[in-house]
Design a protein around this ligand. Sequence first.
Ligand code: CA
Length: 186
Amino acid sequence: MKRSFSLRPLSRLYGHAKDGVRLYNRLMFLKQTIKLVFFIFVLGHAMSSKAQTLIVQKIEPPNWWIGMKWNRIQLMLYGQNLGGISVQFSDKNLKVTAVHTKPSSSYAFVEVEIPDDLSAGRYTVEITQGNKYSILDYPILEREKGSQRNQGFSVDDVIYLITPDRFANGNTTNDQVEGILDDFDF
Ligand SMILES: [Ca+2]
């Protein structure tokens, strides 16, 4: 049961009703002030702890593959408060060789060495910064059969088509063509 704090009976002790009411009002004001100060303190604390939370929202590339020609990759982490983090994989076969952090603390770049004999699976990345801690999954997948034959996009795949959409009519004598009703005024 919630008891409400009432000071009305104190007016009797004071003998004078006005004094009691004044004291009651003063104490109520004090109570409200304490409540307000407490609320501001809680809000401020919540905001400051939110500002300090280590958050990883995105990791690029989102996965890698085993048996690739390149076994050194750079992962880009995007999130909040990533300044000064240290990164490691719980599986020690995956070696983090360097971590580059930026003053903005929204990005961090992590260099990873993937051994040739690693098996495909979901690996755990541990990110720490002081007493803050975040973990995320990083999948390293099996390569698709025949994927070595795939070729990337090259200049052979590109055709340039440049078409200006305006022409100056340099020669007005050729605007009419016999047998064609249209006027070629360009
Ligand atoms: Ca013309």
